[in-house]
Design a protein around this ligand. Structure first.
Ligand SMILES: Nc1ncnc2c1ncn2[C@@H]1O[C@H](COP(=O)(O)OP(=O)(O)O)[C@@H](O)[C@H]1O
Ligand SMILES: [Mg+2]
Length: 142
């Protein structure tokens, strides 16, 4: 199996990401934890593909992105960093990565979140991130 290694600045940050990935391990849209190295602060996880280019998003983007956001809502997880580089694509499947800023029950900085209902009025995959930025601006009053 192809894997991806992410190095963290601190063990606490790595453990936080591991916590959320394990909480989401029964769903298919997130990386699976393969190994955790507490000496080097390296997390090895399943390889989830590459970032999407604007205009090349798969036809299934809306259904899958909506499912991803619905799962987070069901699990009371706020990702807080919903932007294009944290969505990857492999074998017709979209993945959400990077739970480095995630929180439970209450959203937190930088407040880049979207609700599953707003997916219906998105014309394209990249439109989703404008909604996340709107939420950011609402909270930061900019
Ligand atoms: N599981 C993964 N499979 C493939 N690429 C990944 C994976 N996790 C992260 N990446 C790549 O590394 C980049 C940075 O990882 P990320 O978890 O977003 O950390 P950060 O943004 O905090 O540096 C991502 O944008 C993506 O391109
Ligand atoms: Mg990232």
């Amino acid at each position: 199996m192809k894997t991806f290694k992410k190095k963290f600045q601190t063990k606490t940050k790595m453990e936080k990401e591991v916590y959320f990935l394990n909480k989401l391990s029964s769903y298919k849209y997130f990386p699976k934890v393969v190994s955790v190295n507490k000496d080097t602060n390296e997390l090895e996880m399943s390889f989830c593909g590459n970032v999407l280019e604007e205009g090349s998003e798969p036809r299934l983007w809306r259904k899958q992105t909506k499912e991803i956001i619905s799962i987070l809502e069901k699990e009371s997880i706020y990702h807080n960093d919903i932007h294009d580089e944290n969505f990857l694509y492999k074998n017709n499947k979209i993945f959400l990565v990077d739970f480095g800023r995630a929180t439970e029950n209450k959203e937190a900085f930088p407040f880049l979140n979207v609700s599953s209902s707003c997916l219906d009025d998105c014309d394209s995959f990249f439109h989703v991130f404008l909604h996340a930025e709107k939420n950011f601006k609402k909270i930061h009053r900019v």
